[in-house]
Design a protein around this ligand. Structure first.
Ligand code: SF4
Length: 373
């Protein structure tokens, strides 16, 4: 297992509860494919499915002797994860009437880059619209504007370093490929490139994937997985409730969005999601809590993060604009962008830290008490 590498369907990685297979599915799955994937996650894994902060779908608890069967089953369902370097597009790409430009052709061109990159190097191609990608960090960022494409490197949009503006999409792709070639040749991440100061890009209102979206064809409905995970059986039930959907797309923010819904299908989906314990309200307190896999799922974990998350969501007063981050160990895999109060398991015991915010003594004490419960 390479340090810092990411799991994939072809090369699942070990965790505390078995192997993890992670997939980028930018065009999403049909309801039938989602039901098939859920059944395969139960048969070959431990029945736990997650959507990551970047909108990848991952299945947990595979074993060396079952991972091949899982991959074969997905191939039989024609579930084909995106290949090449990780290039993220918004979950409503090509469907949002407010989108400035369709990012998918540019993303496809960047995925054809065939140089060797460090494992976590990633790109975003952001066409704009309701679910833009300003908060998603990336080594390379292409952002649509009314005058063409901006190319930037490093960080989330607010910290990115702009390297060029291109009226023509092909020129933006060429500039992006040149950045990837430079990262490949130097064997570094974008933060290590000497490209001048971080001027940043103008930030738009935060994008929340939970809710109803008017699309060019039908309705989109986003629901989030509570603390990023869902039982495969619940996912199968959700797939059954959206039989008329054109697709279900995983979305950044640990959510899934069903697209191409009628009004009636939208109502059915919301009712099913609520029954299944998914997050249907953008104001739900669970959206302010980010938890890594934690114990028992992750072998490195020193805290049962998701159990703690369930006990604390909506029951502690957080500083304005901050999220509660529960990290099972000091690696902080799930560290959210922006201000956060973090409860972290360490070999010396639980600790509370503030990132971009201060932590009131009473809040810190409550978190430590919960960690020791
Ligand atoms: S932060 Fe630590 S405990 Fe949590 S998933 Fe990452 S390695 Fe595991």
């Amino acid at each position: 297992m390479r340090r810092g590498a990411c799991p994939s369907l072809a090369a699942p990685m070990a965790s505390g509860d078995g192997l993890i297979a992670r997939m980028a599915l930018p065009e999403g799955l049909s309801p039938g494919q989602l039901a098939g994937l859920a059944a395969a996650a139960t048969r070959y894994g431990n029945g736990l499915v997650e959507v990551t902060a970047r909108g990848s779908l991952q299945v947990r608890g595979l074993r060396p002797e079952t991972a091949g069967g899982f991959a074969d089953t997905l191939a039989g369902l024609r579930i084909l994860p995106a290949e090449g370097p990780p290039v993220l597009t918004g979950p409503l790409a090509g469907l949002d009437p407010e989108e400035i430009a369709d990012p998918r052709p540019l993303a496809a061109a960047l995925r054809r880059f065939d140089g060797v990159l460090l494992p976590k190097v990633s790109a975003v191609v952001d066409g704009g619209g309701a679910l833009h990608l300003d908060a998603v960090p990336a080594d390379l960022r292409l952002r649509a504007t009314p005058k063409g494409w901006v190319v930037a490197v490093g960080g989330a949009a607010a910290a990115a370093r702009v390297i060029g503006r291109y009226p023509v999409a092909e020129d933006a792709v060429a500039a992006g490929l040149a950045v990837l070639a430079r990262l490949s040749a130097a064997g570094v991440r974008a933060r290590d490139l000497d490209i001048g100061p971080a001027a940043g890009l103008p930030m738009r209102d935060p994008a929340c994937p939970v809710g109803r979206f008017a699309l060019v064809d039908g309705i989109g409905r986003g629901v989030a997985l509570a603390f990023g995970k869902v039982e495969a059986t619940a996912l199968a039930a959700l797939a059954g409730a959206v039989e008329g959907a054109a697709a279900i797309r995983p979305a950044p923010g640990r959510a899934v969005i069903a697209v191409g819904l009628s009004d009636a299908a939208d109502r059915r989906l919301v009712a099913a999601a609520e029954r299944l314990g998914l997050v249907t309200d953008p104001g739900d307190a669970r959206l302010r809590v980010v938890a890594c896999a934690g114990a028992p799922a992750c072998g490195a974990a020193l805290l049962p993060t998701r159990a703690i998350a369930g006990r604390l969501a909506g029951r502690v007063a957080l500083p304005a604009g901050a999220r509660l981050h529960l990290s099972g160990c000091p690696k902080r895999c799930a560290q959210p962008a922006g201000p956060a109060v973090t409860l972290v398991g360490t070999p010396g015991g639980p600790m509370v830290t503030g990132e971009g915010t201060t932590v009131a003594a009473a809040l810190g004490a409550r978190l430590l008490e919960e960690a020791r419960a």
